[in-house]
Structures are given as structure tokens and as C-alpha cells.
Ligand binder design. Structure first.
Ligand SMILES: Cc1ncc(COP(=O)(O)O)c(C=O)c1O
Length: 408
């Protein structure tokens, strides 16, 4: 298989790119905290089975947030002890079995403390450890930080209004359940290093205020990675560990990271081709076989890092003032970016989107076209198709036209 002849559109993962960020992460954790750390790869970010297997090979745990993700990672060989179960809605059966098997759980809801009370009573001779997800006022801690939502985060138990203290006291009343961890994942748009330092100092403050002896601090995900113009794990964990060391002993408290997009951005591209060039009044539209639905299903992105691969010499082409790269869908909003004063694009030219791996491959809507294929370039340069193009058969599976076709 040769990458020049692959039919677009497709995602392309370079294994050496993944290796680079996994190594930077491990080194940043070891250097700043020592060996007592663990990584839970955020499964939702990209749950491609090959990628999950890769993360398992790196020794990473699976950070999951649903029963579906639980069954997926189970199928791929992760055991309960190597899972971190997060999220606002959990399944009681999975919750119990992960706790009984010594996996990590960060509670986040009204019902989980009740499940803990039941578990504590059902297994009086066993001891259980849980983490508690913290919700704190990031806007007050870091006024410059650009939040994802103006009114602040909705996950975890609120520090400022006393809900966090309440849930900790409630768990402390159970003889065999310990608040062993704090979970501080907080998504912000600006992902600055200083917000992580502030979150780490919150962990110190909460542990002191509520007299907690923590066996872990989970800093969550949300880091930049694989981008030359942004901070990376080395910057984040230097700042985090500096704060945490004020209170926690790295030999007794495990530092947990739950990276997603930062681990896979560098390695992944989405390759598309120009299929048509249309002149409409004074505008030039390039119709490509990729779409905003492939790259930005959440419609949150404003920039699409990319590069071009031209079918012939672009220097010999006329320069066009404005060309709009658009997608294959029939939606007007499916416009990706404008090329200003660039060489006239032609059918066959490729638009290759860089850093395209997070929240895309699996978050692709099944809209007009189905999931594009995914290729992996192995370390030795060989190519492997890890996901085939989804077609009508995949789309029609588990669909029944008539009642009598349905078999439970
Ligand atoms: C609890 C938790 N951990 C980790 C992540 C991974 O975040 P990212 O992909 O931004 O690193 C997320 C993403 O929302 C999350 O909710």
C-alpha cells in the first residue's frame, strides 16, 4: 500500500507521532513527580480500537465515562483495575465491579454516595477508595482564562457552595470507604499552564481544609500537545508538580493525568481532495470530498491547521485573491477556510488537515457519507488500514424495515 494512491478522504495516523507525545508525557511525569504516576487515556477523545490497543501497549489505563466505553475497553483487554471511571452518569453495576476490583472511580453525581453507602454495608470486611470530582470557580482563580461556557463548569461537586464538603463528610462517615483522591479535570478554551497550577493549588487547599490524606490527585486532561506554538506536558507538569509538592509526597500520592487530544494531535491528519472548482459571481469555491462535519462536528473550531499537496507546480499557476475551501455536504455552512492570494487550486490537489485526531474520527456524524477509513503508518513505514470506509451495510445494521425482521 502506498499513501500517494489512497483514495480520499481518509484519516492517517503516524505511529511515530504517537510515540513522540507518549514519550514526552512519560518523561514530564517522571521528571517532575517521579515514578508514582499513571496515565488514563481519555477514551471518548478517540475510541478507535487500534488506538486504544496502542494506548494499552504504552501502559496507559482507560479513562471511561459510559457503559459503552466500558464494554469497548473490556473487549480490548483492559481489566477493571486499569480503568478510571468518570462522568456525570454512571452505571451502578459497573461502578460496583470497578470498585471491587480496585479500579479508580471519581464520583460526580447525587446517587453515587448512595451506592457507596450500599456497597459499604454489603461488604463490611472490604475497604474502598474513591475520588471526588471538584468543581471550583476557575473564573475567580484565573480571571484571564477563556472558559468553555460563560457560566462555568457543571461537573463535580461545588467547592464554593459547600456541596463538596458535604459529600466528603458523608463518605467519611462510612467506616470502610475513604476519600482517596481529588479529580480536578476542567476544560477551558485557553488551556493555559497557569490554570493547571491554580487547580493543583486547589487540591492542596482542599486536602488541607478537609484534612484529607490523598493517595491520588487526578489532574484530568485538556492539555495542548503536538503544537509548536503552544505549551506541552513539560510546561504543564512542571507547574502542577511545583504546587502539589507543597502538600503531597510523591512517594505516597499518585499523580494521574487523563490526556486525550494532546496525545494524538501530532500523529493524525485528515486527507481530502479538491473535486471541483466553482466560480460563483466574484467568488471561487473549492468543493472537496472532506467536510466540516468530519473535522468540526461540534462546530467549535475556528481554525483548521492544514497544508496542501499539489498535483503539479503551484508556482506556475495564477494567484487567486480568494478561494473558499468547502465540504461535500449540501449545507451552506460547510465552509472550512479561505485561501487568500494563493495559487489557483485544481481538482486532484490535496488539502491535508493537521492535528485532526481528537474528537473527530469517532465523533463523525453519519451524515450523507459514513465514517471515512483510517490508515496507520507503522514505525517501519508500512501502511495498514485499521478502519474500512463505513458503507450501506454498516449503516443498515440493526435496522429493521418490518417488525417481523426484529429478533431480540
Ligand atoms: C474527565 C475528562 N478527562 C479527560 C478528558 C480529555 O480531555 P482532552 O482531550 O482535552 O485532553 C476529558 C475531556 O473532556 C474529560 O472530560
Amino acid at each position: 500500500m502506498n499513501s500517494d494512491t489512497l483514495q480520499t478522504p481518509y484519516f492517517y495516523i503516524r505511529e511515530t507521532g504517537l510515540d513522540t507525545d507518549a514519550a514526552i508525557l512519560k518523561e514530564a511525569l517522571s521528571k517532575n513527580w517521579g515514578p508514582n504516576h499513571l496515565v488514563g487515556y481519555s477514551v471518548k477523545t478517540n475510541s478507535l480500537p487500534w488506538l486504544l490497543q496502542y494506548m494499552k501497549g504504552q501502559g496507559f489505563f482507560a479513562e471511561i465515562v459510559s457503559d459503552t466505553e466500558y464494554r469497548l475497553v473490556k473487549k480490548l483487554g483492559f481489566d477493571n483495575a486499569h480503568m478510571i471511571y468518570n462522568g456525570p452518569i454512571k452505571e451502578k453495576e459497573i461502578f460496583n465491579s470497578i470498585l471491587l476490583d480496585g479500579g479508580y472511580i471519581n464520583i460526580d453525581s447525587t446517587e453515587e454516595p448512595i451506592w457507596l453507602e450500599e456497597l459499604s454495608a454489603a461488604y463490611p470486611q472490604r475497604n474502598f477508595s474513591v475520588g471526588v470530582r471538584v468543581n471550583c470557580d476557575i473564573a475567580a482563580l484565573c480571571p484571564e482564562e477563556v472558559l468553555v461556557e460563560e457560566e462555568g463548569g457543571r461537573f463535580g461537586y461545588c467547592y464554593e457552595n459547600g456541596r463538596l464538603e458535604e459529600v466528603i463528610s458523608r463518605i467519611n462517615r462510612l467506616p470502610n470507604v475513604k476519600v482517596a483522591g481529588l479529580h480536578l479535570h476542567s476544560s477551558t478554551q485557553s488551556r493555559t499552564v497557569s490554570v493547571y497550577a491554580a487547580l493543583a493549588s486547589m487540591a492542596v487547599r482542599i486536602a488541607e481544609e478537609y484534612n484529607l490524606e490523598l493517595s491520588y490527585v487526578d489532574m484530568g486532561g485538556g492539555y495542548f500537545g503536538g503544537r509548536e506554538d503552544k505549551p506541552d506536558y513539560r510546561d504543564y507538569f512542571y507547574a502542577i508538580c511545583k504546587e502539589l509538592r507543597r502538600k503531597f509526597d510523591p512517594t505516597r500520592t499518585t499523580l494521574i493525568a487523563e490526556p486525550g487530544v494532546s496525545l494524538i494531535s501530532r500523529a493524525t491528519t485528515f486527507v481530502t481532495s479538491v473535486k471541483d472548482v466553482k466560480e460563483i459571481r466574484n467568488h471561487s469555491f473549492l468543493i472537496t470530498d472532506g467536510s466540516r462535519t468530519n473535522l468540526n462536528p461540534l462546530v467549535t473550531r475556528h481554525v483548521y491547521p492544514h497544508h496542501m499537496v499539489y498535483v503539479d507546480e503551484p508556482e506556475k499557476r495564477p494567484v487567486i485573491k480568494s478561494q473558499w475551501v468547502t465540504g461535500f455536504t449540501c449545507m451552506e455552512y460547510d465552509r472550512l477556510f479561505e485561501i487568500k492570494d494563493g495559487p489557483a487550486m485544481k481538482p486532484g490537489d490535496k488539502v491535508v488537515y493537521d492535528t485532526a485526531g481528537g474528537y473527530t474520527m469517532c465523533l463523525n456524524p453519519l451524515f450523507i457519507h459514513y465514517f471515512p477509513p483510517v490508515y496507520v503508518e507503522h514505525r517501519d513505514g508500512t501502511l495498514f488500514k485499521t478502519r474500512d470506509q463505513w458503507d450501506v451495510d454498516e449503516f443498515m445494521q440493526k435496522n429493521y424495515i418490518e417488525e417481523r425482521d426484529f429478533h431480540e
